[in-house]
Design a protein around this ligand. Sequence first.
Ligand code: PXP
Length: 245
Amino acid sequence: MPSLGVNIDHVATLRQARYREQPESHNAEPDPVAAALIAELAGASGITAHLREDRRHMQDRDIFLLREKITTKLNFEMGLSEDILRVALAVRPEDVCLVPENRLEVTTEGGLDCAGRLDVLAPAIARLREVGTRISLFIDPEESQIRAAAALGADFVELHTGAYANATGAARDKELHKLMEGAALACELKLRVNAGHGLNYENTTAILVLPGLEELNIGHAIISRAIAVGLHAAVREMCDLIDRK
Ligand code: PXP
């Protein structure tokens, strides 16, 4: 059965909406670290957080405190900048998920171009491996990208489910088929399979049949639902939905 990694970036998004100038002030809320602890109590098996180059939601303080306080595991999402790489090397997360990063995007839009960036990715991966971090690459379910991830010696691919989540009807079936084929190829190449982006309480069930699927990383839908039912209940509901597989 796949496990649930809860992405808490949007808790920080809400904090930054009010406390952008003083995210560490005594009354800055909501606190993503407190949210992570609630998510763990509710059944999350990991916490995912993305420190962006522009620090638009998570702050360095959040990542270091998460490292200290959470008891499951930290999946640190990051783009390939030297500044962020240094944070990762100091924090030593269990997992690093390398993602593309474009300052203008609202959220991570496409998958990482592993095939076209082997030369940049290989040395960064080697440095992260020195601190014992497992490497995940967030990629679209395309053969060339999956083969490149294997060539780079990644532990995991995180298949980008955004196109599937945004599609409807026959187009959605087609996207699901691509994810199935991508996951099967990843397994064949001995890559472990995670998935995420745009998953919610309606579209997650169909994803659970992906070959080899180990972990789903879900953020926006859970944090949004938390506004209505509370974070503990929102995480619990997603865990139950995954457990019903
Ligand atoms: N996985 C990755 C690599 C992501 O970049 C994101 C978005 O930050 C997610 C999962 C979670 O996506 P969502 O917030 O749409 O659930």
